[in-house]
Design a protein around this ligand. Structure first.
Ligand code: ATP
Ligand code: MG
Length: 252
């Protein structure tokens, strides 16, 4: 059965896109059929997957508005071995344009229905906001993956997100679960990061992935080549970490 995962955190710059792109490539490298849907007007997952967001014609924006079928937006990404639904800044207007649509929170879920059987995993890269786009991601998903940096305000932001997930569960998507919390950009020499990581494990127990993503230059530079780190430097620590995460998810 297809598993649809929303990769979300309303906090900006915590590693959502890096996780989306590199987990997509790592699951694909394990032989899984993977679709990555870019749900962020910044289009970072699109660029990071080697698709030019400036020149791409049909995007998730057209799909959400009902102006194109999702098959028309789908791009195959042979380098990462997964498929992509691209996004660009057009998507920023979607929220306002969808306001009067019936079931405006379920547009992505309904669109995915026609192609999701082609995949073992659908990953949704959400924008850094608790807005209608993110709500579409949460309504379409079976579960949520939350990348987070272990820093002072992280836990506070997390309780907002957990409350949002609860509200989505009671109003729209009763079976939505938290799949896991992923510690990103981790620096073990940083004492505060260690403390926050310990607190996270106390509060969330085995919801915290054992795999920790280290802060590494290779992960930061790979998007500049339009490549997952696995195909930029397969021997790097970052590539290994995302392969480990894929393994952890597949063995769960
Ligand atoms: P936004 O909220 O803007 O969508 P995001 O949560 O998707 O951001 P990313 O874009 O994945 O976060 O990461 C933010 C920045 O940190 C990027 O420049 C990225 O290359 C860098 N980065 C992400 N993960 C790592 C890592 N493990 N090591 C080093 N740099 C990283
Ligand atoms: Mg992002």
């Amino acid at each position: 059965m297809t598993k649809i995962l929303a990769i979300t955190n309303q906090k900006g710059g915590v590693g959502k896109t890096t996780t989306s792109v590199n987990l997509a490539a790592s699951l694909a490298a394990s032989g899984k059929r993977v679709l990555l849907a870019d749900l962020d007007p910044q289009g970072n997952a699109t660029m990071g997957s080697g698709t030019n967001k400036q020149t791409v014609k049909v995007t998730i924006y057209h799909v959400l508005l009902g102006d194109a079928g999702i098959e028309e937006a789908r791009v195959s990404n042979p380098q990462g071995k997964y498929d992509l639904i691209p996004a660009n800044r057009d998507l920023a207007g979607a929220e306002v344009e969808m306001v009067n649509f019936p079931q405006r929170e379920a547009r992505l879920k309904l669109a995915l229905e026609s192609i999701q059987d082609d995949y073992d995993y659908v990953l949704i890269d959400c924008p850094p906001a608790l807005n209608l786009l993110t709500l579409n991601g949460l309504c379409a998903a079976h579960a949520v993956m939350i990348p987070m940096q272990c820093e002072y305000y992280a836990l506070e932001g997390l309780s907002d997100l957990v409350n949002t997930i609860k509200r989505v569960r009671s109003n729209f998507n009763p079976t939505l679960r938290i799949e896991g919390l992923l510690r990103t950009m981790f620096d073990p020499r940083n004492i505060l990061a260690q403390q926050v990581s310990d607190q996270l494990q106390q509060h969330f127990g085995d919801k915290v992935y054992r795999t920790v993503i280290p802060r590494t230059v290779r992960l930061a530079e790979a998007p500049g080549f339009g490549l997952p780190v696995l195909y930029h430097d397969g021997q790097s620590k970052g590539a290994q970490a995302y392969l480990d995460l894929a393994k952890e998810i597949l063995s769960a």
